[in-house]
Design a protein around this ligand. Structure first.
Ligand code: IYR
Length: 225
C-alpha cells in the first residue's frame, strides 16, 4: 500500500471509486429505490437471526465518520430473554407515564396515525435488541479522553445501522423510551456511556401492516442555490 507522511503522520493512498456519470445516475437511483423500501416495523417474527448478520450490521454502523475519529459508540447486542423482559418491563413503566401524563395532547394526536401506545411487546418478541450508547467521553487506562460531536457521530452511525439492517433483509423500529436511564442500569454501563437509541431487530411478522405514510417529494426538501 502506498504511504506518505503528512506532518509526521502516516497517510495511505485512497483509491476513490471511478464511475461514469451514467453509472453514478444508475447506482444512486438503485440505492434510493432500495432505501425507499425501508419501513419501520413494530411486529416481529420470533424466528432467530444468525448472530453473524447482527455482527456485520454493527460493523457497518462503525464505519460512520466521527468527531476526530473517536468512534464514541458502544452497541449492546441483546438476545437473552431475561434481559429483554427486564427492558420491556422498565420501558413500559416509563411509557405508561409518558402516554398518560408526560406527552401533550398534540404529540399524542401526531402519533395516532402510527398506532403507537405504551405497550412494547416488540422488546421481547424481536430476536435481538441493539441498544446504542453514546460515549460522552472516552476512558483509556482510567484516564478521561475528550470526545467531539458525540450526538452527530452516534446519529450518523445509527443511520448506517438502520440502512445495514434493511440491506440484510431485516426490519427494525427506532424506539426512544423516555427517560431511558434504566438501560444503563440493566446493562451495567459505565458512567461515560449514555443510552442513545434502542433498536429491536428481526424478521417482520408474516402478515405485517405499516401505516400508509408518504415521504416528502424532492421539491419540498431541497432548496438549490
Ligand atoms: N417514545 C414513545 C413515543 C413515540 C414518540 C415518537 I416522536 C414516535 O415517532 C413514536 C413513538 C414510543 O416509543 O411509543
Amino acid at each position: 500500500m502506498e504511504k506518505k507522511k503528512i506532518e509526521g503522520f502516516e497517510h495511505v493512498r485512497y483509491e476513490a471509486p471511478q464511475l461514469s456519470p451514467e453509472e453514478m445516475i444508475q447506482r444512486s437511483e438503485q440505492f434510493y429505490q432500495v432505501m425507499d423500501q425501508r419501513r419501520t416495523v413494530r411486529e416481529f417474527d420470533k424466528r432467530p437471526v444468525p448472530l453473524e448478520v447482527l455482527e456485520k450490521i454493527i460493523l457497518t454502523a462503525s464505519t460512520a465518520p466521527s468527531g476526530a475519529h473517536k468512534q464514541p459508540w458502544t452497541f449492546c447486542l441483546i438476545s437473552d430473554p431475561t434481559i429483554k423482559k427486564k427492558i420491556r418491563e422498565a420501558a413500559e413503566e416509563e411509557e405508561k407515564i409518558s402516554y398518560s401524563t408526560r406527552m401533550p395532547d398534540q404529540w399524542k394526536s401526531d402519533l395516532k396515525p402510527l398506532g403507537t401506545n405504551w405497550e412494547k411487546p416488540f422488546l421481547e418478541e424481536a430476536p435481538y435488541l441493539i441498544v446504542v450508547f453514546k460515549q460522552s467521553y472516552g476512558m483509556e487506562n482510567g484516564q478521561k479522553a475528550q470526545h467531539y460531536y458525540v450526538n452527530e457521530s452516534v446519529g450518523i452511525a445509527c443511520g448506517f445501522l438502520i440502512a445495514a439492517i434493511h440491506q440484510a433483509g431485516l426490519v427494525a423500529v427506532t424506539h426512544t423510551p423516555s427517560p431511558m436511564n434504566f438501560l444503563s442500569e440493566i446493562l451495567a454501563r459505565p458512567f461515560n456511556e449514555k443510552p442513545y437509541l434502542l433498536i429491536p431487530v428481526g424478521y417482520a411478522k408474516a402478515e405485517t401492516y405499516v401505516p400508509d405514510i408518504h415521504r416528502k417529494p424532492l421539491e419540498e426538501i431541497i432548496t438549490k442555490f
